[in-house]
Design a protein around this ligand. Structure first.
Ligand SMILES: Cc1cc2nc3c(=O)[nH]c(=O)nc-3n(C[C@H](O)[C@H](O)[C@H](O)COP(=O)(O)OP(=O)(O)OC[C@H]3O[C@@H](n4cnc5c(N)ncnc54)[C@H](O)[C@@H]3O)c2cc1C
Length: 426
């Protein structure tokens, strides 16, 4: 009998286990994952970008404190997490800038830093074609001119493998068992007072989740924690619990910066201490372009919405047509350096999207605690999410985040949700 079995050794399962052990060092914790090792689900598929720039207090708290914790892990605990402060550069239109000005002012008052670059500067430094409307094809595609660059310096990327290794090593030191290749097939639901009748529990019996049925047998625990990301509804739907999470495919295409013009773009100076291009976000569609310095490559992706289906898949595949006809024609209009560039590698993963407000889901019901729904920002928010889930597990009303700020453990629940809408949406 374990105190807790955590299903899912992705970044959220690992962070949750870590913080449970901080709060309850003597609890017996088991983490299981159906894959071969920790962090091999969507955690491994991520672009691993982070930013401390959100308008909603809840979003900001999760990201800001998690990033501060990762900095602490690097500086004080001596783990190299490969954090690189590349910055984010949102390429925006005059209209977007005007619309967001009041929000940006509020964010400035909150102490958040940003810088505005004009179009001429962007054209000069990054060789961006800011006036795409002069191109007939671009016009037909509905592409818009870039008027400004909104630069966020407290942002960058992290090495996810190193972050996973940090948690894994610390968990092993704290005697947390991690078993991979173990798949939870279903949740075990039992009455509090079993009468050994067939088909228990009946509606008049008090019942709860008491464990997981797996390919290596039943595992019983006082608390079952589901950190199963995009796969969470597969287990919860079967017992009638709605977690409001849906899965959507996301893809990344990696281009080697071997051409002179791409090398020049990758190593653009003047934006950050890494002397590389910042993480770029085009105005419409919001294709993002990441400097992947270790690989001497540039990653490209887009969180496309309509009409991309919601679908849970075990092994989603990247679609070359999506690159060829969806991304490439747009990119070369803004950044002609990419002419003829084709990916040398590509992969796809799933966002676990919480359909209420796209912020995480952390709640407990009928003996099962759910920590998931981190959408496209689970890496940058994992430490804080893990702390909240751990505090909820420990029966606490508040969780203490890195740096000491407190947040109610019900903030990301379904019934007592207190998230703030994100207004910084470019
Ligand atoms: C293409 C892409 C780009 C992204 N870019 C960023 C980014 O730049 N920045 C950022 O912060 N976030 C990004 N994300 C999001 C981030 O990767 C996720 O939010 C985060 O990894 C979620 O972690 P998780 O632990 O909830 O999920 P996962 O890492 O998917 O972990 C869930 C685990 O549960 C296991 N599991 C599921 N069901 C079972 C079962 N029945 N039995 C046993 N094990 C089970 C799975 O094998 C998996 O390992 C991106 C995601 C994708 C797909």
């Amino acid at each position: 009998m374990y105190d807790a079995v955590i299903v899912g050794a992705g970044i959220l399962g690992l962070a949750t286990a870590y913080h449970i052990k901080e709060l309850r060092p003597n609890d017996r914790i088991l983490v299981i994952d159906k894959l071969k090792g920790p962090g091999q689900g969507n955690t491994a598929k991520s672009a691993a970008m982070f930013r401390t720039f959100f308008s909603s207090r809840t979003n900001l708290l999760l990201a800001k404190t998690s990033i501060e914790f990762y900095e602490y892990v690097e500086k004080k605990l001596g783990y190299d997490l490969g954090m690189r402060w590349t910055g984010y550069l949102f390429l925006i239109t005059e209209e977007e800038y005007k619309r967001n000005k009041p929000v940006l002012q509020t964010m400035k008052n909150m102490g958040l830093e940003y810088k505005i670059y004009d179009a001429d500067y962007l054209a000069k430094t990054l060789n961006i074609n800011v006036k795409v409307s002069q191109d007939e094809e671009a016009q037909m595609m509905g592409l818009v001119d870039i008027d400004y660059g909104l630069f966020i310096p407290r942002a960058g990327c992290i090495d996810v493998d190193s972050l996973v290794k940090f948690y894994e090593q610390e968990l092993r030191k704290k005697n947390v068992e991690i078993k991979c290749g173990v798949e939870a097939k279903e949740l075990i639901v039992e009455p509090k007072e079993p009468l050994e009748l067939p088909g228990e529990p009946y509606p008049w019996q008090e019942a709860s989740v008491t464990g997981v049925r797996t390919n290596i047998g039943d595992i019983k625990a006082k608390k079952v924690i589901l950190a199963t990301g995009a796969w969470t509804p597969l287990l919860l739907d079967k017992i009638g619990i709605d977690c409001h999470i849906k899965a959507k495919k996301r893809q990344i295409f990696s281009i080697k910066a071997d051409k002179e013009s791409l090398k020049k773009l990758l190593y653009t100076k003047g934006f950050n201490p890494e002397n590389c291009m910042p993480f770029l976000i085009l105005p419409k569609p919001k294709i993002w372009i990441k400097p992947a310095l270790e690989e001497k490559a540039i990653w490209i992706g887009l969180a496309d919405e309509f009409p991309r289906e919601f679908k849970v898949e075990d092994d989603p595949q990247p679609e070359m047509n999506f690159y060829e006809y969806g991304l490439y024609p747009v990119i070369i209009k803004y950044l002609p350096q990419f002419k003829d560039a084709r990916p040398y590698s590509s992969w796809a993963g799933l966002y676990a999207i919480n359909t209420i407000d796209e912020q995480p889901i952390i709640f407990e019901t009928h003996g099962v605690l759910v920590v998931s729904g981190a959408s496209g920002s689970g890496i940058m928010k994992a430490d804080a999410i893990g702390r909240i889930a751990a505090a909820l597990y420990a029966g606490m009303e508040y969780a203490e985040l890195s740096g000491g700020e407190r947040i109610k453990t019900t903030t990301f629940s379904i019934e007592k949700r207190e998230t703030e809408p994100e207004r910084f949406v470019l």
